[in-house]
Design a protein around this ligand. Sequence first.
Ligand SMILES: Nc1ncnc2c1ncn2[C@@H]1O[C@H](COP(=O)(O)OP(=O)(O)OP(=O)(O)O)[C@@H](O)[C@H]1O
Length: 252
Amino acid sequence: MIAVESASVRYAGHTALAEVGLTVGEGEFVALVGHNGSGKTTLLRLLAGLEEPTSGRVAVAGRPATALAVRAERGYAPAEPPLYDYLTVREQLVLAARLYGAPVREALAALAGTALEDRPDALVRELSLGMRKQLGMRKQLGLLVATVHRPRLLLLDEPTNGLDSGAAGALRAAAADWRDQGRTVLLCTHDLGWADELVSRLVVLDHGAVRHDLRLDGETATAALHRLDPTGTLLTTADSPTHPASTEPATP
Ligand SMILES: Nc1ncnc2c1ncn2[C@@H]1O[C@H](COP(=O)(O)OP(=O)(O)OP(=O)(O)O)[C@@H](O)[C@H]1O
């Protein structure tokens, strides 16, 4: 589903990603972790087709990630959902469904069980008031929009940031459904706990390079990370020296 070959991203003298290789098969649920600035969002943006690597190749579903046809296969939920403040919740979902040629009825049915269920006519800007509950609703709407076409690949960037416990529970339930349906999920997060039971593979980025890549095989993501990095250095220290990858990449 994902094939990243020796992909580097350089910005004016700064290397955000350094020859990253990553192959992810259909149905895997991958947690991508690493310290601030380790390159997680840059990698997701490559996979979302929003950036080209400076060198190397990035493919999704057998095509270059930037190919227009890949959009039907992939849903990308960035940390800040790209929504129209002047539309209502319902209008935002209908717009996304129509753009993707997805059934509008199903798009609206996805509101059931979420905090937005009773607020289809609220303006999106009312979900941007900065209060935790509102922020959670905005993130939930962002996820519904990103998945309205039921993509085979979901790219989630910090989906729990700003969520209250109710919204985080709804996200977990949705993510468990995606996993059970055999969708592929690449989750970039600082907060592994909520997804612990769902994650099948853990990838740790360090200074733009893949430092660890392992299949969990029953171990939780949190336990595996603690075993690899008992002092938590890989998640918190952006200034430690870059180390070579210490683990062979997992085979798909
Ligand atoms: N458009 C850009 N121009 C210049 N440098 C950038 C740009 N985007 C990202 N970077 C740099 O690339 C590096 C990787 O950034 P990235 O956002 O991918 O890291 P991250 O792991 O997602 O961090 P965080 O956990 O803080 O979101 C950082 O040093 C960042 O400052």
